[in-house]
Design a protein around this ligand. Sequence first.
Ligand code: BTN
Length: 261
Amino acid sequence: MPQPQFYDISQEAVEMATWRWAKPVRFFEVCDSTNNRALEWAREGAPHGSIVVTDHQTEGRGRAGREWFSLPHLASLLFSVILRPNIHPEDLGLVSLGMGVAVSLAFTERKTNNRLRWPNDLMVRGRKMGGILSESEISGDRVDFVVVGVGVNMRISRDQFPRELKATATSAQVETGRSYDRAEVIAGILIQLEPILKDLDAGRSHNILNSYIKLCETFGKTVSTDFGGRKVKGQAVDIDDHGGLVLDTGDVIPMGDIHLE
Ligand code: BTN
C-alpha cells in the first residue's frame, strides 16, 4: 500500500537508503518501541545488523526506566539495530559508546554540531537532542545479541516538548532550521557504525575509545551518581577499557546515569 506523503521513511525508503548496509529491515508506521520489536525479532533469530524503524512509538523507552518522548509524522528518528558482536559481556558498554560515536559523527557530517554526554546522550549547546538505549541477552560469558536503540528529536519545535523537557531538550529543527530525510540519516549512522563494529570484533577497542574521547564533553566536569547504594562524586577524567567513566577520586562508574554538579 502506498505510504502517506508526509513519510520520508517507509519499508522501501529505508531499504533503499541502507542498501550498503544490506541487512533485513522491519518498518512500522507505529509501534510500541523499536527496542521491543527488535528484542522479539532477535529472540526469533534475526541476523546481525537487522534494523527496526518506526515513525512513532507509543511506549518508547529511555535509560533508567524513563519514557522516551516522540511525536508522529517526521518528528522523531526512532530505530534499533540488532547486533551479535563477538565480545565478552563486560565489553557491552563499548557497543553503546560505539553507537554514540556513529550517531555523533553522522550528525556532525549533516552540519549539526554536537557532543556526547557520557555515556551517549547527543548534546547540542547543552541540550539533549538524542539518546541511545542498549539492551542485551547474555548466555554465560557470551553475548547472544544486543539491541541498540537510537532516538533523535528531529522536527520538534520548542513548544511541542512536554513541560518537563522544555528546559533540557532540543531538536535538529530547533538547532539548524533544516529538515532531514530520516532514512538517509539512518543510512549515514550505519555507515559510521560499520568500521566501529569491525574494530569491536577485532578487539581494537582503543580505536573506539579514542574516537569517543574526542567527542565527549563530560571530561573536566564534576559529576555524581548513586551506585551500589553509595553516592559517588568527582571530576570526570577518563574512560576505562570497558567504557566506564573514571573520576579523579579513582571511582569508576561502569555505565548509567550521572548528574552534572
Ligand atoms: C535515553 O534515555 O537517552 C535513551 C533513549 C533511547 C530511545 C530510543 S528510541 C528507539 C528505541 N526504542 C525505544 O523504546 N528506545 C530507543
